[in-house]
Design a protein around this ligand. Sequence first.
Ligand SMILES: [Zn+2]
Ligand SMILES: [Zn+2]
Length: 379
Amino acid sequence: MSQHIPLKNVIRKGNDNGDGWVIQLETQTGRTVYGIGVAQASTGRTGPTWSYIFENDGLTIIDLGTPGSFDNFLDGYSQLPLSTKDIKRVIFTHGHSDHDGTAHEFCSFSNAELWAHKNYAPLKKYKIWEIQDRESSVLQKELMRISSILISESDRFSRWNQYSDYYSNKKNTEISRNLSDQESFEDIQIVQTPGHSPDQIVLLLDNFMFTGDHILPEITPHPTSNTIIKKEVSDSLPSFLKNTSPWFGLGTYLNSLSTTMRLGNEYTILPAHRLHNKGEFNWIDQSRGLEIISHHEKRLKRIIQRLNSNSDSLEDLTRGIFEKSKLLGSNIFAAMSEIVAHLEFLEDCKDIQVSNVGKITVLGEGDSYIKELDKIRSV
Ligand SMILES: [Zn+2]
Ligand SMILES: [Zn+2]
């Protein structure tokens, strides 16, 4: 629990899951930040996307919402004592559709600029699942092979197909400023925290840390898996993106948690989801990072235990670790890709090896990952 409760005023009450709330927050130095719980166009597990608005050389907005939710954003914004004419820029915490989903509508509505991490612009032309060279990794090949048996292609990619307009519009949006790690702009400081996505950043303003999906209350952000980009795409990318290991994977994500924890414990976290849920606000600080690391540690431990008791394929492991209810329909793809991210981390720690037919075995004691996690935690 954070010491400093930043809520100054409730401008409009919304639903128990956070939809529709409009609030006024105050930093320790007395700076005003507004928050809007922008309801998703279709209901999702994560609740609304929280959009934050404050003055920093003109009005700055952090994140907008899911495709189809622009009216919900404007409706919330209309409650603020601010004019939309004064909006100077929107900064995206990362390029997932629940954050930049209405960028296109926003640009037709306003002349404000769009800013994002430097990895955002070169990747926004692509759907990340299309550019990954899955042939280069046995686990990735297995993930695709098993899901093609269990899930129909239309189900597997239903979310992406549903958002086809979003993807085609995204190609044409213009990013005015590509942000780098440790860059400052007036009173904001940018810290890159890749892992949940390759372009994830957190923003620091006084004692507030806007975390996007890097740190969330109640839920553990989904880590990416190690990603090798197809050569034909990689050739068109800037040099800093050609080597993908600093940007993707569970290890990258956990190291980013370490980065944010090293910033000290005095920040109040303003996440993109679950700021308000079940009728209550969730005020957290970076120590939430330790809980997220423990969650992954437990999962890694269970994977090693199951491997030791003769579960040796990706499908078998996934079915052994997730409850049945989480494996229905296309959910098994998300569950398996989560397990892949963990297996890749164990592979990098030399705790397991994967044969070329996808048989997974433990190497030695299979406990090097514990040392690695202790290193990540020792901040
Ligand atoms: Zn995300
Ligand atoms: Zn999100």
